[in-house]
Design a binder for this molecule. Structure first.
Ligand SMILES: *Cc1c(COP(=O)(O)O)cnc(C)c1O
Length: 374
């Protein structure tokens, strides 16, 4: 058995295994684990410092999960946007393929709580149907492998999927979404990197929610992926009691960049049944963005998005303060220090509107000139 499989098999999955370790009464969580499985890898167990801390809250079942009866199982309406099993086609030029329901850890706030934990990977016939759909839909240029966690597939199955996707001529990008590097770093092997490398451009978006997740082992796993030429992004879920604090979020973003991972999305928590105790206000997220933007590296600032209930997709939300006023004359802007600036619009008859052949745009039309302090 490969080492990472042996380590995964040592994960905590039964309530009684938690009894004397994390201050949990097994009886209190037995019925929850029956409905929504638990798995905590040794790496994540070792990161928990105390009962109720930000890592604990993400992985230890909470009786509150059962007190969410009115919420919906699938608020993003993924199931209704699925033309063939395991494929979600919501946006014009990209599609999401769920290749397994297995994850290294079962996040208590998971959007796909309705699906995860069931054994098994995408079957050959199911893959063939998904590939046939994508081959027919020439508008799809970007496919995201998701799940569950695609990196829990054995190497040969992952390779089969990558290879089939690369047989589609119009497919440009392959993306993989994974929490494996942060929770089962032993899975990131030289062999895995060699496989992925053959199918570039392959991007990965890694799930991280708290700076304590970036242990030296985890950073080394990210480094191996980066060395394999895989651009790494991070997806973070805004979670009450985990990272709903600008100071924690700033540390997370800095740790990600140190691990060669570029923050991509910060998600407002979804309305999924069994997860509503993790929700924060929208202002909490806007405030975090406000405290990052301009105060630290622009590279550290993710897009804050709300995945709209009812299947509207991801909608970006910016703090409303930056653009104070906009009309045909110009824009009144506020910077991170709350200072006001004015950017004049190009006027009719300006050279930028009617460029002459061979003419260079003037400096003020380049976008970074022309700012005046009001
Ligand atoms: C998030 C998501 C995508 C990818 O969205 P990007 O904004 O391109 O990262 C594609 N399909 C579905 C169903 C998604 O939820």
């Amino acid at each position: 058995m490969e080492e990472w499989r042996r380590i995964l098999a040592e994960s905590v999955v039964k309530p009684k295994d938690l009894a004397d370790r994390l201050g949990v009464d097994p009886k209190e969580i037995e019925s929850i684990v029956g409905e929504y499985p638990m798995r905590i890898t040794p790496t994540v167990m070792a990161t928990i410092k105390e009962v109720g801390d930000p890592i604990w809250r993400q992985v230890v079942p909470d009786p509150a999960e059962a007190e969410d009866a009115d919420a919906e199982d699938d608020p993003l309406e993924e199931d209704t946007m699925s033309p063939v099993p395991h494929l979600v086609h919501r946006y014009p030029d990209r599609a999401l393929l769920m290749v397994t329901n297995q994850c290294p850890i079962y996040c208590r706030f998971c959007t796909r709580k309705r699906l995860v934990g069931k054994p098994g990977f995408l079957k050959k016939g199911e893959l063939d149907r998904a590939i046939a759909y994508l081959r027919e839909h020439t508008e799809v240029r970007d496919v995201i492998l998701s799940g569950g966690d695609p990196l829990l597939l054995p190497d040969h199955l992952l390779e089969r999927i990558l290879k089939s996707l690369r047989s589609i001529p119009h497919l440009e990008l392959i993306r993989i979404g994974s929490r494996v590097p942060g929770s089962l770093p032993q899975r990131i092997t030289p062999n895995l990197c060699e496989i992925v490398k053959k199918y570039h451009p392959v991007y990965m978006n890694l799930h991280f929610n708290h700076p304590d997740e970036l242990t030296p082992e985890v950073k080394a796993a990210c480094g191996m992926l980066a060395d394999a030429g895989i651009p790494l992004g991070a997806q973070t879920v805004l979670l009450k009691g985990v990272n709903d604090d600008p100071e924690v979020m700033t540390r997370l973003m800095h740790q990600l960049l140190l691990a060669r991972v570029k923050p991509y999305y910060l998600y407002q928590a979804d309305l999924t049944k069994g997860t509503n105790h993790f929700r924060t206000t929208v202002e909490t997220g806007m405030n975090i963005i406000r405290e990052l933007q301009g105060h630290t590296s622009g590279m550290a600032v993710p897009h804050f998005v709300i995945d709209a209930p009812g299947g509207g997709g991801k909608i970006p939300v910016l703090p409303p303060d930056y653009l104070v006023h906009l009309d045909e004359d110009g824009a009144v802007l506020k910077n991170y220090e709350n200072k006001t600036f004015y950017y004049p619009q190009p006027q009719n008859g300006h050279s930028r509107e009617l460029p002459m052949v061979g003419a260079q745009p003037s400096l003020s039309a380049c976008g970074d000139g022309g700012f005046n302090d009001l």
